[in-house]
Design a protein around this ligand. Sequence first.
Ligand code: DAH
Length: 335
Amino acid sequence: MMDILQAFDEYESAALAAIDATTSPEQLEQVRVEYLGQKKGKLRDLQSLIGKASKEEKPAVGKRFNEVRTRVGSRLETQLTSMTSRKSAREASFDVTLPGIVPRLGTLHPVTKTIVQFRELMGRFGFEVVEGPELEDERHNFEALNIPDDHPARDPLDNFYIATAAAGSDGPVLLRSQTSTVQIRTMEQQPPPIRIVSLGRVYRPDAVDRTHSCMFHQMEGLMVDRHVTMAHLKTLLTLFARAFLGPDVKIRFRPSFFPFTEPSVEVDMKWGDSWMEIGGAGMVDTNVFRAVGYDPEEVTGFAFGLGIERFCMKHFEVDDIRRFYENDVRFLSQL
Ligand code: DAH
């Protein structure tokens, strides 16, 4: 009898373990056929053991058989119910009481934020925003800007020349080294008066360090009309810098030279205790007007080119320009 009861025990624990291990109704059905199947399941084999018990043993053996059968059967039921209820819970799926999944939103890059603000400010001063190409020819990057052939700024080692002559162009093609190109493109296309700004990338093969990058951004400004003077230029730059950084900002001009302006100045800005150079400016050179077909007897104008990263670094208190281009989200998300 002990053998028979032991066989029942073994059957029971094997069946329960097999049921617990199932993960789909299909698997469960296989287990059911194997252990409880009427035709050739393991239960039938057990049943035949009852016949081998002696008369006295039979009631106990029969009782244990029924017990085992009921237990395995009901564990099967429970397993099936929990499987189907889990499935239908998943299908009902949307529980409005659960906290939502907040999508991670990006933000504008600090340089882009600055550009957006600059455009907005200059728009309020009546300056239209125009765009120019980053791939330029020598006429727009140099010649029409009164930069002669032998000028050091044209040294191939100081520029990113891309092609000696591109399809559909007259000469070599380079990545623009300044946004002053857009002055020419604008004046070629429309007569005076002009009030534009153009903001974008420029490229120079400079050694990269805390304050230099081989790609950075400039804001070019151009105003051409009758009787435009340097006083307009200085007033505009002062109002602009104050609108961006606050009423304490001062602007100063230092005499300088640029081929496309006469006179030319370096522009410094004071914010806090120290002066900082922010760009160049001046009165548009008469040769530039002639190059685009404007009459220098009729109109005057001023132009300026400001480094956007300079402002951006001051504004966000960043001391290394390289941070802006490393795409480190841990840094960018603090600004
Ligand atoms: N293009 C000059 C540069 O990249 C900056 C500049 C100077 C722009 C004087 C101007 C200007 O429009 O008038 O260094």
